[in-house]
Design a protein around this ligand. Structure first.
Ligand SMILES: Cc1ncc(C[n+]2csc(CCOP(=O)(O)OP(=O)(O)O)c2C)c(N)n1
Length: 571
């Protein structure tokens, strides 16, 4: 008797369901029609996006906020190339994505046929792995491999290129999806010798400090971080992506160090004698000039990816392994030191150098963000776009939990914040989701308002509207004699009318006195997305600021009177 057969596309959907996929973000085209046809015959949720970049950022927000693999589905050629920014964004921040791309027929590959693009080749430097499926029988195994590679070890995006003849072909319904990847191994537990060495260094340090990165969030190490902090009384700072792993309301939390970090975090790092990086890659926004990064301090680096060890900052002790597992083992070896004087100094720094902003005059972005933080009590999932508002959100939007602050850190991708919020809201239907965006970046993925309206997602889009590409204007103001070039967003739409055109609610706030009332009204509105258009001071700058490429000791607390040199760093 003949075995029962199904299309490879139908099998693909079945495997996605077995992988626990709840929804797919995508937009169809000719070469992907067989997959969309299979979707139509299944109960898998499809979120139709307005642009493929939006689809990848939505899958990314879904993944960052849930810890699951996010899935995007697009067509070949321009559909696939439109995903590249989202893929690079996910790669830079270690986010697990599987991006399914329709492709021309296998027989047409290399012939410049309609909408043929070598997306595997183009994306080579920005994916964790890519597959081109040529044999339909191999499709089930390859899809399972893609999920395994994307979601394990240091997560990352995986592309699967799916020629139309492959997805249309019939295969046995029970084709095995098994695989073996002998060359792919992940080291979870750290080397006990290195862990013991690190424990001795920590136990004898007088001024230790923890630097928590995205790796700690990804591994779910919040409990382990807290246990060590409380046993050893070590202050904690976090990278932009490590925000929330350790509660920001905690007395020993110093927030984010680096270019726009808190003054007290930067000062504490400059004073410390030991920095313990947990799943952070000594990003140059923190390290400035990595080759001479805080030479007075010894360094321990815990990371699952051996490639990160000594890549930029040279360390004294390295532990390769999963942050949660390593910290758990480390705890047992730690002997209570004496950090009393250090903690006293930290408390003093926090008291003497608080984050601040002008309360008088025009409405301030910081005020709006701080109030939204107060009203949501550290429980909202916050996504940000890129620019000044992103840094103010990092400073003033306090987060209590892992996976509650989603931002494009490594890539700094404008246009990320709003679609990421769509993904996060779909993954967390009961949560308040706030997208803090700038008027520049919001307009890059704005058409996804239709997507959010269609899905009735009650996202609060907190638009920090300064009519400028603010962060670039700040650099031109500070380092280029205020010669403003290409930063005035003249021609911005009326965002309230725009909201209404999309069938979405709009709120406007212009005066400090109205902030709480307007934000409360927005938080109470749950029939779909709303835009809160906060018309803020146009010429505000983000401080503290460490000029790019400089050491943390070169931090500026406000605009100096003397002319500043152009920064040495790239961005
Ligand atoms: C796709 C992309 N293009 C350009 C940039 C460079 N860039 C960084 S911040 C910024 C300004 C952002 O302006 P806006 O979204 O209005 O936010 P604001 O800084 O005013 O808060 C620009 C252009 C970028 N990060 N990403």
């Amino acid at each position: 008797m003949n075995k029962k057969q199904c299309t490879a596309a139908a099998k693909l959907i079945e495997i996605l369901k077995n992988q626990g996929v709840e929804c797919i973000f995508g937009l169809p085209g000719g070469s992907a029609i067989p997959i969309f046809d299979a979707l139509a015959q299944s109960d898998m949720k499809l979120v139709l996006t307005r642009h493929e970049q939006g689809a990848t950022h939505m899958a990314d927000g879904y993944a960052r906020s849930s810890g699951k693999v996010g899935v995007a589905l697009v067509t070949s050629g321009p559909g696939a190339t439109n995903t590249l920014t989202g893929i690079m964004t996910a790669m830079m921040d270690s986010v697990p994505l599987v991006v399914l791309c329709g492709q021309q027929l296998t027989t047409n590959l290399g012939l410049d046929t309609f909408q043929e693009a070598d997306v595997s080749g183009m994306s080579y430097p920005i994916v964790k792995h890519s597959f081109l499926v040529k044999d339909p029988e191999e499709l089930p195994s390859i899809i399972n491999q893609a999920f395994h590679i994307a979601g394990t070890g240091r997560p990352g995006p995986v592309i699967v290129d799916l020629p139309k003849d492959v997805t249309s072909a019939y295969i046995d319904e029970d084709t095995s999806g098994e695989f073996s990847l002998p060359g792919y191994s992940i080291r979870k537990e750290g080397d006990p010798k290195a862990i013991k060495e690190a424990a001795d260094m920590i136990s004898s340090a007088e001024k230790p400090i923890l630097l928590i990165g995205h790796g700690a969030v990804i591994s779910g190490a919040s409990r382990e971080v807290k246990a060590i902090v409380e046993k050893m009384q070590i202050p904690v700072c976090n990278t932009l992506l490590g925000k929330g792993c350790f509660p920001e309301s905690h007395d020993l939390n110093l927030g984010m160090p680096g270019m726009h970090g808190t003054a007290y975090a930067n000062m504490a790092l400059c004073e410390s004698d030991l920095i313990i990086s947990v799943g952070s890659r000594w990003d140059d926004r923190i390290a400035g000039s990595p080759s001479d990064f805080l030479p007075q301090a010894k360094k321990i680096h815990i990371d699952i990816d051996p490639v990160e060890i000594n890549k930029t900052v040279k360390v004294d002790c390295a532990i390769i392994g999963d942050a949660k597992s390593v910290l758990d083992s480390l705890y047992g070896y730690l002997e209570k030191g004496n950090t009393q004087r250090w903690v006293k100094l930290i408390r003093r720094l926090k008291r003497e150098y608080p984050l601040k902003y002008k309360k008088e005059g025009k409405l301030r972005a910081q005020h709006v963000i701080e109030e939204m933080s107060r009203l949501t009590k550290g429980e909202a999932i916050v996504t940000t776009d890129v620019g000044q508002h992103q840094m103010w959100a990092a400073q003033f939007f306090k987060t209590e939990h892992s996976r509650h602050f989603l931002s494009s850190g490594g890539a700094g991708t404008m246009g990320f914040g709003f679609p990421a919020a769509i993904g996060a809201q779909l993954a967390n239907p009961g949560k308040t989701v706030v997208a803090v965006v700038g008027d520049g970046g919001f307009q890059m993925t704005l058409p996804e308002l239709s997507t959010a309206v269609n899905e009735k997602l009650p996202i609060k889009i907190l638009l920090i509207n300064n009519n400028y590409l603010g962060m670039v204007r700040q650099w031109q103001h500070m380092f280029y004699d205020n010669r403003l070039s290409g930063v005035d967003l003249v021609g911005n739409p009326d965002f309230i009318k725009l909201a209404s055109a999309y069938g979405c609610k709009g709120f406007r706030v212009k005066r400090s006195a109205d902030v709480r009332k307007v934000l409360n009204a927005a938080l109470e509105y749950n029939d779909g997305p709303c835009i809160i258009d906060a018309e803020v001071e146009k010429y505000d700058n983000v401080f503290p600021m460490v000029p790019s490429g400089a050491g943390l000791d070169k931090m500026l607390l406000s605009m100096p009177r003397k002319k500043l040199e152009k920064p040495k760093g790239g961005t």
